[in-house]
Design a protein around this ligand. Structure first.
Ligand code: PEP
Ligand code: MN
Length: 354
């Protein structure tokens, strides 16, 4: 069964054991310890964190005596990594990853707010919402151009024209743009135009798409949790992107399917501390798709910030009653501005910059 989880890191093989160096370790210590491992016929993969360096061991680790390595004064500890995910694993990268989206930092002590309509409907609509979102303090603009709709008869999005509208809104406001990529066919266009490429809940396990975005770009990827994905399945999807060459992954919890039908989904806020325990990746919360009702967005966004999320994704529409998609869960600009004000003292209380 384990073979199921075998995967390649830069085609080098699986990392089964890691050496966590002391924060005081110098480059020559890392070199010396790496050589000790290599002399046993193994290969190493070195990850330099801001505070700590971790050496991954690749090959037959039965030849390695952890205690012998731990004797070295520059070594903090030697650990087996039993989880099937390595690159996303916090053990392999003790520091929080901070992902830069066109100058906006997500992760660490930064709270980033993504706001905008479910779908791009017209230039006027997006520019108006973008300006209001920016004035209220949003850091990024969202908008779907290619929409994954449950019904083939529902509005499918404006496509490329929608992406151009987002680009125009970025020019008008300076806000970096976030949009969902549904098919690798549009990958080049997204790499050219979009700052944060979203992989939607329904595509979380589209492994071909994950491999393609990981291989083709180092642009940040926003990976939404599948409707009924476990934490491990979700992290393994991030691992697909990372193992294909793109380490810049941000996770987004957007509610999961439960027996409850009053709300669209059930927002799993436990995902925040769990993801932070298991991985070093930033996690943001989308309370709009979770609850499906606009009045649930304010309290759940606040709860998410208290629970330690690195950002929020909130649907904002200037005319929700007429929205072509997800109007009932969208905040009007004034309600969004009110939420941003109310989040300030909460963010401060949990040491986050908003
Ligand atoms: C979206 O954010 O536009 C969206 C479709 O969300 P999800 O993939 O979480 O359903
Ligand atoms: Mn939506």
């Amino acid at each position: 069964m384990r073979v199921f989880y075998l995967y390649q890191i830069e085609n080098k093989g699986e990392i089964k054991m890691i050496i966590v160096m002391k924060t005081t370790a110098k480059a020559e210590d890392v070199k010396k310890v790496s050589k000790m491992v290599e002399d046993k016929g193994l290969r190493v993969s070195v990850v330099n964190g801001t505070g700590q360096t971790v050496i991954g061991m690749i090959g037959d680790t039965t030849k390695v005596d952890p205690e012998q390595i731990e004797v070295d004064p520059a070594v903090e500890k030697v650990m087996h990594v039993s989880e099937p995910y390595k690159l996303a694993n916090r053990a392999f990268h003790p520091d929080d990853s901070i992902i830069d989206v066109r100058g906006v930092k997500i992760g660490g002590g930064n709270l980033a707010v993504i706001a905008g309509p479910c779908s791009v409907e017209s230039k006027e609509q997006v520019i108006e919402i973008a300006k209001a979102a920016k004035a209220a303090g949003a850091n990024l603009l969202r908008g779907g151009a290619f929409k994954p709709r449950t019904s083939p008869y529902a509005f499918q999005g404006m496509g490329s024209e929608g992406l151009d509208i987002l680009v125009a809104a970025r020019e008008a406001t300076g806000l970096p743009i976030v949009s969902e990529l549904m098919d690798a066919e549009h990958l080049d266009e997204f790499i050219e135009k979009v700052d944060l490429i979203q992989i939607g809940a329904r595509n979380m396990q589209n492994f071909d798409l994950l491999k393609k975005v990981g291989k083709a770009t180092k642009k940040p990827i926003l990976l939404k949790r599948g409707l009924s994905a476990t934490y491990q399945e979700w992290i393994m999807s991030a691992e697909y992107i990372m193992a294909s060459g793109n380490p810049n992954v941000i996770l987004c919890e957007r509610g999961v399917r439960t027996f409850e039908s009053y709300t669209r989904n059930t927002l799993d806020l436990q995902a925040i501390p769990v993801i932070k325990e298991l991985t070093h990746l930033p996690i943001i919360i989308d309370p709009s798709h979770a609850g499906g009702k606009w009045w649930l967005v304010n309290p759940m966004a606040k709860a998410a910030v208290v629970a330690g999320c690195d950002g929020l994704m909130i649907e904002v529409h200037n005319n929700p009653e007429k929205a072509l998609c997800d109007g009932p869960q969208s905040l009007k600009p004034a309600k969004f501005a009110q939420l941003m004000e109310e989040l300030k003292p909460i963010a401060k209380a949990v040491n986050k910059e908003i």
